[in-house]
Design a protein around this ligand. Sequence first.
Ligand SMILES: [Zn+2]
Ligand SMILES: [Zn+2]
Length: 245
Amino acid sequence: MQLHCLGTAGYHPSETRHTSSYFLPESGVALDAGTGMFRLPERIQTSTLDILLSHAHLDHVVGLTFLLGILYQRPVDVVRVWGEEEKLSAVRTHLTSQYLFPVELPVQWCPIDDLSEIELDDCRVTWRQQNHPGGSVAYRIDWHDGKSLVYATDSTGDHDEATLNWMGGVDVLLHECNFHDSQKEWAIKTGHCYLQKVSEIAESVQPKQLLLTHINPVDELTLPADDERFAMPVSIVADHDEITF
Ligand SMILES: [Zn+2]
Ligand SMILES: [Zn+2]
């Protein structure tokens, strides 16, 4: 399975990072729709696109407005945008208000609130709510071939037993880490994670691979060399990374 990192920053783009946007080309699944979305067209391999929104903060949804250009370059049969109903409603009311954007987006809006899972061609998607201002959801994708990935961003790092069990044993844990350990107070104030918190979650979940995302463009996270808190391979993802798992 391939994970393409189209945008790895939180908040706003930097010279080297666009905002949160990931793509799994074999499944046609996008995780969030930040400014990195413009990198999508050449990577599309399927006739459908399923965009899973963690929440509706601008750094995760502004790229939905790029879809006209994306689909002009690489048409597909259907685009579905999944997320909590009130977040989808906020996007439709505000982001695609005629005062902000001139036309309706050519997508199907698919609320997840009353669903227990999403069945796609080659995988099954489940989710859990997270603590973040306004709320957000983490997604877990389990492919029919046994591979799995959890995408947990914009969260204070939920670590109750049910959440850790739900994340358990994944191949890839793509987890946010917006802040350094020295910025713990900022993490709590803004609803984000810091490195120690992510290390505790990873210790419980034991993913085969830990990828850190939603990198603060103003003060980039660094990983101490040989950080003994992590028993598994851990890296800070970069734009254009293509990760095989
Ligand atoms: Zn964010
Ligand atoms: Zn957010």
